[in-house]
Design a protein around this ligand. Structure first.
Ligand code: SF4
Length: 287
C-alpha cells in the first residue's frame, strides 16, 4: 500500500526539491499549462471585464461594508495599480509551482480550477490532493506563521476559512473529494520558501454556511452601506485618529471615510480620519 497521503505531502515535496526526484516531462507540461492558464485569466480582456458579483472568494470578506462597496460601486480590478495586479499573478505562479511539486512528489492532484457552485454562488477551487480540498496560498512571513500555528480561525483578515468552507461544501457530492468535513491550505512563505499544510476540520463552518449565504445575499442588495467593521485608532499621543491596518489596505477606504487624509510617512502611508496636529510629512490625495 502506498504510504503517501496528505500528511506526508510537505515532506514529500521537500524530497522532490532536495533529492531531485519525481519532476519529469509530464510535470513540466502540467506546470506550463497551470501557469499559462492562470496568466491568460489574469491578463486577458475577459478577466478585466468580469462583472462584480458574489463569489466563493469574497463571501468570507470580514467587513461586509467592503463587500458591499465591491458589489455596488464603480471601482474595478482594472483600476488597481499594476503592482497589485502583478502580485496577484505572482500568487498564481506560486500556486502552479506548488501543485506541480505535489504531483512530482507522487500525490494525487485532481480537480484543479473546477467550478464549484453553492446556492448560485460560483467559485473555482484550487485542487483536490489525496481526496482533500486544497486552497493554495502564498504568504508573507508574518502571515505564514498564522498558517503554521493553525491560527486562521482567530485571525483571518481575508476570510480564507469561509472561502475554503465553500469549496468543501460544494464538493460534498464530488467523488474526487473523499474528505467531506475538512480542507487544507497548502502555503508557501514567498520570502523564505518554507512550505506548510494547514488542515481544518470545518464541521462547524459547514453547518452554518447555508444561513451565512442567505444573510450575505440579503446584505448585497441593501440600498445603503452596512456598518463599518472597524473604527479609527489613536495615532500616538498627537490627538490624531488613523485607520486601523485592515482599513488602510482596503481599496474602498476613500469611499468609506469621507474627509480621509493620507500622509506619506517614511515607514509607509498613514490615513487620518481626524487631524488635531498636522503631520510634518507630505500629504497625498486619493490615488
Ligand atoms: S475602509 Fe475599513 S470599514 Fe471601510 S469598507 Fe474598508 S475595511 Fe470596511
Amino acid at each position: 500500500m502506498d504510504s503517501k497521503n496528505i500528511s506526508t505531502l510537505v515532506d514529500d515535496i521537500r524530497d522532490v526539491i532536495t533529492k531531485k526526484g519525481g519532476w519529469d516531462s509530464t510535470v513540466s507540461e502540467f506546470f506550463r499549462g497551470a501557469v499559462g492558464d492562470a496568466m491568460d485569466r489574469r491578463f486577458t480582456k475577459e478577466e478585466e471585464e468580469r462583472k462584480p458579483t458574489l463569489r466563493m472568494s469574497n463571501i468570507g470578506t470580514p467587513c461586509k461594508r467592503k463587500l458591499w462597496y465591491y458589489l455596488n460601486t464603480e471601482l474595478r480590478t482594472t483600476d488597481l495599480p499594476a503592482g497589485t495586479l502583478l502580485k496577484f499573478a505572482y500568487g498564481d505562479l506560486i500556486e502552479g509551482l506548488l501543485l506541480s511539486l505535489a504531483k512530482a512528489a507522487g500525490h494525487t492532484v485532481e480537480g484543479e480550477q473546477d467550478e464549484i457552485v453553492v446556492d448560485g454562488i460560483v467559485g473555482h477551487r484550487d485542487a483536490v490532493i489525496d481526496g482533500v480540498t486544497i486552497d493554495v496560498k502564498s504568504a508573507s512571513t508574518p502571515s505564514f506563521k498564522k498558517f503554521e500555528k493553525n491560527e486562521l480561525r482567530v485571525d483571518d483578515p481575508f476570510g480564507y476559512i469561509q472561502q475554503l468552507t465553500g469549496y468543501v461544501y460544494g464538493g460534498k457530492d464530488d467523488p474526487l473529494v473523499t474528505d467531506k468535513k475538512g480542507g487544507a491550505f497548502l502555503v508557501m512563505d514567498k520570502t523564505l520558501g518554507h512550505i506548510h499544510l494547514d488542515y481544518y476540520d470545518l464541521t462547524p463552518e459547514l453547518s452554518l454556511l447555508p444561513s451565512r449565504l442567505v444573510a450575505t445575499k440579503m446584505m448585497s442588495t441593501m440600498k445603503t452601506e452596512p456598518y463599518r467593521e472597524w473604527e479609527p485608532v489613536p495615532d500616538g499621543k498627537s490627538g490624531n485618529m488613523k485607520l486601523p491596518s485592515a482599513c488602510s489596505y482596503c481599496d474602498y477606504k476613500w469611499n468609506c471615510w469621507p474627509g480621509l487624509r493620507g500622509f506619506a510617512y517614511s515607514n509607509g502611508p498613514t490615513y487620518l480620519t481626524r487631524v488635531a496636529k498636522l503631520p510634518a510629512v507630505p500629504e497625498f490625495k486619493e490615488r
